[in-house]
Design a protein around this ligand. Sequence first.
Ligand SMILES: [Zn+2]
Ligand SMILES: [Zn+2]
Length: 328
Amino acid sequence: MPQIRKDLIVSRWVIVATERARRPAAFVDPVKHSTDSAHCPFCKPSAEQPLLTNGQVKVFKSGTPFFSDAQPFNRQKHGLYETSPSWGSHEVVVESPDHIANMADLPLEDIQKVFETYAKRMEIHHKDHTIRYVLAYKNYGVAAGSRPIGHARSQIMAVPVNPIRVKDKITGAKRYFDFHERCLFCDLIQQERKDSSRVILENREFIAMTPFASRFPFEVWVIPKRHSCNFAQGIAGNENQLAQIMKELLLRFKVGLKDPAYNYVIQSAPFENGGGYKRYPTIEEDYHWHIELTPRLTRVAGFERGTGFYINPIPPEKTAEFLREIKI
Ligand SMILES: [Zn+2]
Ligand SMILES: [Zn+2]
């Protein structure tokens, strides 16, 4: 019989298949992208001035931005409805001058520079009083929402409102802290290390595990062992440790799942008012930044849309075991 499991942070239920679970090797859907560097817009020298250069890594304004500084944020009421120009910043992080598609294949130093670059951009946006949240994320492969260009890049969005998913996480983490007077993520790391069935790998600073109530097959969370609510402050001095664990995980996906599409999102704390946390005064102690990394191997269907439940066709203990054993 399938099992329902509750997510500790956002109280969301998922259904996890048990007896009829698919085998890990059945989830294979390799990405298709162009190897044609002659027509790659990221291989050509750009006419645009980069917003930031960090070693080989360059950040540009997106050519087709969802958020821009063309018009200020200005909330307008239309009866029940509300609108505003989508003020903010939409940036593309070009991770290498070489036509390499998958971050897994970049040298460790370049991956380290990518994470450093996210931190640098976040700190710049942090000084802007109107920005509430900065999301750094990656879409790899068409199934993950990318165009089939085949050149490693990721995105940064700086937005004037706080995303609902982040609010849900902050609220859940605060509820736990109010009751236990401890950080939920710090407790979770302790329990998962003791249990070990969902741990894939760890290094000095980070642990990678499949969450107990995983929504998707092979969903992985990368959590820093050192408590911090803020990505940029949290990785300072440990960027190489993050690069090392991410490269290792991405290579295991590539080898074990035959180069699947994937997304990762960095879930840092929101900020506002030029650096303070007035709206969330306890967030520094009750929230803990982390990364969600998800290969895109299944589709969301009607049941998920209607209920907000997710159906995961394979238990996270099985996918953790599979990823643990992959030799790269
Ligand atoms: Zn290219
Ligand atoms: Zn913590």
